[in-house]
Design a protein around this ligand. Structure first.
Ligand SMILES: Nc1nc2c(ncn2[C@@H]2O[C@@H]3COP(=O)(O)O[C@H]4[C@@H](O)[C@H](n5cnc6c(=O)[nH]c(N)nc65)O[C@@H]4COP(=O)(O)O[C@H]3[C@H]2O)c(=O)[nH]1
Length: 512
């Protein structure tokens, strides 16, 4: 029988086509030939497509590997300088267009050469790997850590609007690297120097920013190593001061240097003492008694407000329990909560833990949040507030009237009480516009079913005005300054502060 065969080679693939016509199926040589040719073409195309696909895939894998190698540090698998600069350029352009600012931390290990010289390169390499592990532990997920070669590393810290955050990160890196490394049974202690450049619109570009970080690193070396420096002296001084205070504050919490003072809240109609606000004080070793004005803002910028807030809340709950045991507890104990605490995932858990620990009814505790914090609160934090309310806690808006942009949060967030800001209350009897704002705020709150308390009441005239305007409660020096716990307990035993005076219409001076 006639058969037809052919060998075909395309790329690495080799094909053999062998056609045998079925008896009776073909009627002539022409048909046999046609089938053979079509089969051949089909096979050839198939082989070609398959081979080129394989080739392309191999090429792509190789290209990807080359690209990866070109952007990766072989020893540590971190990004290398080239990859870092690429990301830095992207971050720089994004910040120029209005995205949050960022910082570059350029660091090296002090006297790393000595480790190599005395313990050998293998040990040096191992140390570098351990350094990387610690660096990765300290930075956030969105930050980029790169190795520029030798013992030089760079960190691109994203979303750093406040240079203090970069200083805090640098301090943490310094601390974590200063802890001894144990490698192959050897204890190795090193320190690091860090130069920091913080994005600002007047920096020429990413390369200029690297130069700033590099110069700052030289500054840190000059300063005696084992420290961090900013590219600008002014910034450097400010950030170091803030980070120092934050550091001291964290130690102060542990050393028991914080204390709560309490200020009474009074029912205006009766003079009855209904609530108490907890206000933190710091008995500083050398600077004496400090009010929150000198450290809360720093605590907020450096993250120290978290441990501070936890301590304040727990201590306030403990004191409430003690007053309950004495039979003099106020109806409400108000505690300040900062915006940073509200954004933290721990707030609900910590609040619930302290309330359970001291066996309190959540309705006895009021969390005070400033108006600006509420206005900044995103949906997620709204949900946190909602769940705190569901737990039974009361929510108050502190400094009401100073947020000056939106009243939307009054209907968005579950609020129990408005605290009229001192700056309004202060001028109610001397400026008719302040009086109008306070009256309007009281009416608005009442229509929404929200209680009102006036803060910063210092005079009898202010108190009379507030009573006339329908305000139920007040707090201020006129009744009592914030006092230590022993004095507050004495006031609670008395149960009232001033008899309610008769309402009287105030007299105004026009400020126009
Ligand atoms: N001029 C004048 N001032 C009066 C009068 N009555 C009360 N004050 C002061 O006004 C502040 C009221 O507290 P705030 O609005 O919550 O404002 C507080 C609050 O925002 C914050 N703060 C206090 N303790 C804490 C805390 O434990 N955690 C947090 N996150 N912030 C706190 O610090 C702010 C200031 O606290 P303090 O210095 O204790 O200042 C207190 C109090 O001493 C008055 O009649 N006249």
């Amino acid at each position: 029988m006639t058969h037809w065969s052919a060998d075909l080679t395309v790329g690495d693939a080799r094909w053999n086509l062998f056609l045998v016509p079925r008896k009776g199926a073909l009627t002539g040589h022409y048909r046999t030939f046609a089938v053979g040719v079509i089969g051949l073409i089909f096979a050839a195309v198939l082989a070609y497509v398959w081979a080129s696909l394989r080739h392309t895939l191999r090429l792509e894998t190789a290209n990807r590997r080359i690209l990866q190698l070109a952007q990766t540090d072989i020893l540590t698998s971190l990004a290398n300088r080239r990859a870092f600069m690429k990301r830095l350029s992207m971050a720089f352009n994004a910040s120029l267009r209005g995205s949050p600012a960022f910082a570059v931390l350029y660091l090296d290990i002090d006297d790393f050469k000595d480790v190599n010289d005395t313990l050998g390169h293998a040990m040096g390499d191992q140390l570098l790997k351990e350094v990387v592990a610690r660096l990765k532990n300290v930075v956030r997920e969105e930050d980029l850590v790169a190795r520029f070669g030798g013992d030089e590393f760079a960190v691109l810290a994203c979303n750093v609007n406040d240079p203090t955050e970069a200083g805090t990160l640098a301090a943490r890196i310094g601390e974590t690297l200063a802890k001894p490394f144990i490698i192959d049974g050897h204890k190795i202690s090193v320190t690091s120097s860090i130069g920091i450049a913080h994005f600002s619109h007047d920096i020429a570009g990413p390369e200029a920013m690297m130069v700033q970080a590099d110069l700052a690193l030289y500054g840190a070396k000059d300063e005696g190593r084992n420290c961090y420096r900013f590219h600008s002296e002014d910034l450097d001084r400010q950030v170091h001061e803030r980070v120092r205070v934050a550091h001291e504050l964290r130690a102060a919490i542990e050393d028991g240097e914080l204390e709560l003072y309490y200020q009474p809240q009074v029912e205006l109609a009766t003079g009855r003492l209904t609530g108490v606000e907890a206000l933190v004080r710091w008995n500083h070793k050398t600077r004496g008694l400090l009010t929150p004005g000198s450290f809360i803002a720093i605590a907020e910028r450096t993250g120290a407000v978290q441990p501070l807030g936890s301590w304040v809340f727990d201590e306030a709950c403990r004191q409430m329990k003690a007053w309950q045991a004495e039979g003099v507890a106020p109806h409400v104990l108000a505690v300040n909560v900062s915006g940073v605490q509200l954004k933290s995932a721990d707030l609900e858990r910590e609040v619930a833990a302290s309330i359970a620990k001291w066996g309190l009814n959540p309705g006895e505790i009021e969390l005070e949040l400033t108006e600006s914090v509420l206005m900044e609160a995103t949906q997620r934090h709204g949900a946190t507030l909602e769940s705190l309310r569901r737990m039974g806690l009361r929510i108050a808006i502190d400094d009401f009237g100073t947020g000056y942009s939106s009243l939307k949060y009054l209907t968005t967030y579950p609020v129990n009480r408005l605290k009229l800001a001192q700056e309004f209350v202060f001028r109610v009897t001397v400026d008719y516009r302040n009086a109008a704002v306070v009256r309007a705020a009281i009416r608005l709150a009442h229509e929404l079913g929200i209680d009102v308390i006036a803060e910063g009441v210092e005079t009898e005239a202010q108190m009379r005005f507030l009573i006339g305007a329908g305000c139920e409660q007040a707090q201020g020096y006129f009744f009592s300054r914030p006092v230590p716990v022993s004095q507050m307990t004495a006031l609670l035993h008395e149960g009232w502060i001033k008899p309610a005076p008769a309402p009287q219409q105030p007299r105004f001076t026009s400020a126009a």
